[in-house]
Design a protein around this ligand. Sequence first.
Ligand SMILES: *Cc1c(COP(=O)(O)O)cnc(C)c1O
Length: 365
Amino acid sequence: MTAPTRLEIDLGAVAANWRMLAARAPGRTAAVVKADGYGLGAAQVGAALARAGCGDFFVATLDEAVALRAVLPDADIAVLNGLASAPADAFLDHRLLPVLNTLGEIAAWGACAARHGHAVPAFLHVDTGMNRLGLSAAEVATLRAAPERLAGVSIACLMTHLAAAEWPDDPSNAAQLARFADARAALPAAPTSIANSSGMFLDGAGSDLARPGAALYGLNPRPDRPNPMRPVVRLMAQVIALRDVPAGALVGYNGSWAAARPSRIATVAVGYADGFPRSLSNRSAARFDGRAVPLVGRVSMDLTTYDVTDHPGLVLGDWLELIGPHCPPDALAAAAGTIGYEILTSLGARYPRTYSETAAPEHTA
Ligand SMILES: *Cc1c(COP(=O)(O)O)cnc(C)c1O
């Protein structure tokens, strides 16, 4: 028995996306592989990117970093959520760089350095307007007034994160960049890290180390323009049931869709338990034979239904593209009222996965 779904992940496209971003960056380009590589597999994605020449990686948690370290023995791996979840020594044991987000974390890292008798590298995160993580302007002022608080901390990068980089006209971008310049002036000289995927397409957000995530996985960094990234993910689902219904028939839970004409309904084995959002009920379309196939009725836990009336050639066992070049995660997300990030990080564990590495010339630098 083969499974009626298939999640295809093109690591060659991930590598090509990284190369395209790296070519436009003024400094180095890292890869953000948190949340298991945005749901696609941090180990596979990390290894493919390392082969493409990427040497700097970001994850969210210590556990993610330890798992990635096993795959990438030589890479720089930084942990965005900082020391919050683990003792400082655990980071040193695995040669990981915490992103220090508070004065308390700076003190803990300094104490760790003192125990080991030498300075230890870490990122320093300055909050310039997200109000989520990072040192506030007041905390930066404290460090300026008492630089000894940074004893033992070797600042690998001074980092900030933009709240609306995908919208270049959003005034928060210039405001955050200005606050970051102020923070830099108050702190010891260090390399900088500013841009996420969208920031790499934003004037003035260049830095020594870019931190793209989403764009590597094919999401559009500039929603106001055509997507320059290569698609990475394809979710294929086989038609496991096919039925003809008369006009007036109701499909799915609560009969939220009624056939306006005699219709043919195809059922696939994908549902919200697979991370296929229930909010797509009666919205969006799959793709078959070069044309759209409308999703009809409620998305249920393990099943989704499509109106294939206009595809008389479709037979039981045919495959629909639910996500892919013709059904981009960004479009699905828009129909579901979410963002492509959530579509990718929700991709379910029940899909058998295949990894390919097409069109990915080896790194030759
Ligand atoms: C997730 C994250 C990124 C990557 O952002 P994308 O929009 O996916 O490119 C970069 N920096 C920080 C601090 C993040 O949390």
